[in-house]
Design a protein around this ligand. Structure first.
Ligand code: NAD
Length: 379
């Protein structure tokens, strides 16, 4: 029997975006192998995806319930499941997996609503099984470096953060053309109540708390729907207050025409600041109040231990999205193996988990409440 961890997937059917990325990332370090899946709500499409992924055809299931039932009885059954479906399925799939004794790696947002996130938190705690959440950007070495610099107090007390996540792909009513990814993201029943704020605002919010180590305490958000007829927000501007007196701005938009995946974080302390851009992820700019600007390059020997721990290649050999995703999978696999030894071992603190999931869902819920009330709301 293979010594690799065995992964099942829910979602990732023909034409899906993120499912195939999960497979590449999970398998990159040779610790995990995709062996089973319920890849689509259609049995036929699930089978087709299974063939494409090269798994045993008998393990391409017609539904996730069938997969958990069958796999939990096999001696070589799956060790964990990855959830890569539209958001409304995240809670039921995770609950069914946990009930069958199967650990969970889920894509974000953790659930479709904040109430569901609280239910999921209770289910994870009751099952006592590992749960990881793929906030991809947490896997970049220079995000880890930025986090280490903030934790070491390199910039003095943090005073201001500015995060923006700008995309342009929903500038037209793409959801009316049958485009799959746009269709479910624009349907409140399949997506949840937060459109752009849930889809990419949660990544921006997570990045702020992950890098600064500070919690957001209140928010004043203005959500809008720019494209006529769209049922959910597609554009957001928000002010933030953080622990320790820092303040910030969070801008998220999917109607910023011409932008692709423009996630950028700036953090300002008393003595200096940092800037990281996910479309140029192998450089971290550090600026000082009284000194020249520094560019920290991925794989530089001067980077923090946390950054070097997730570096694979020598400098000048760019690492990107799949490698960052794979960092999260490597930490999940190592955490799951350690957990098996004593059933108490927590996953590494660098890997987002259920707490990050609940925070993200609280963020969406608070942003919507603030926008409706047109005022500040506390977290
Ligand atoms: P998608 O529409 O491309 O893929 C969703 C897949 O789920 C499809 O193959 C669909 O057939 C399948 N599916 C639907 N119902 C199912 C069911 N009952 N059983 C089995 N499969 C089912 O969507 P996507 O863009 O890949 O997004 C999927 C999830 O990943 C979303 O929650 C999204 O927020 C998240 N996501 C995360 C990132 C990231 O950077 N971490 C990026 C993109 C998407």
């Amino acid at each position: 029997m293979s010594k690799k961890l065995r992964m099942g997937m829910v979602g990732g059917g023909p034409g899906a975006f993120i499912g195939p990325v999960h497979k590449m990332a999970a398998e990159l370090d040779g610790k995990t192998e995709l062996v089973a899946g319920a890849f689509s709500q259609s049995a036929e499409r699930s089978r087709a995806a299974g063939v494409n992924f090269g798994i045993d055809p008998a393990r391409a299931y017609a539904s996730y319930t069938q997969m958990f039932e069958t796999e939990s009885k096999r001696e070589d059954g799956i060790d964990f499941v990855v959830i890569a479906t539209p958001n409304y399925l995240h809670l039921p799939v995770a609950e069914a997996a946990l009930a069958a004794g199967i650990a969970v790696m889920s894509d974000k947002p953790a659930t479709a609503t904040y109430d569901q996130a609280l239910k999921l938190e209770a289910a994870v705690s009751k099952a006592g099984l590992p749960y990881g959440l793929t906030h991809t950007y947490a896997g970049y070495s220079l995000v880890r470096d930025a986090r280490s610099l903030c934790a070491a107090g390199a910039f003095g007390p943090i005073r201001k953060v500015a995060v923006e996540y700008l995309q342009g792909w929903l500038s037209q009513p793409l959801e009316t053309t049958g485009q799959k990814q746009a269709a479910w993201r624009s349907d409140p029943a399949l997506n949840g109540p937060g459109g752009c704020i849930g889809d990419i605002g949660t990544h921006a919010f997570h990045l702020v708390e992950y890098v600064t180590g500070l919690k957001v305490t209140s928010i004043n958000a203005a959500l809008r729907t720019v494209v006529p007829g769209r049922k959910l927000d597609d554009d957001c501007n928000a002010l933030l207050r953080l622990e320790g007196g820092a303040s910030g701005t969070l801008m998220a938009s999917q109607v910023a025409a011409g932008e692709r995946n423009g996630l950028r974080l700036r953090v300002y302390g008393e003595k200096g600041s940092l800037e990281w851009h996910q479309e140029d992820p192998n450089r971290l700019s550090v600026k000082w109040l009284d000194g020249p600007e520094e560019i920290r390059h991925a794989a530089g020997g001067y980077l923090s231990a946390d950054a070097l721990a997730v570096t694979r290649l020598p400098g000048g050999h760019p690492e990107g999205y799949i490698e960052a995703f794979a960092v999260l999978y490597r930490e999940f696999a190592e955490g799951l193996l350690a957990w098996r030894a004593d059933h108490t071992h927590a996953l590494p603190a660098t890997l987002p988990g259920i707490q990050a999931g609940v925070r993200g869902m609280r963020f969406i819920e608070r942003a919507i409440a603030s926008s409706r009330a047109e005022s500040w709301v506390d977290f």
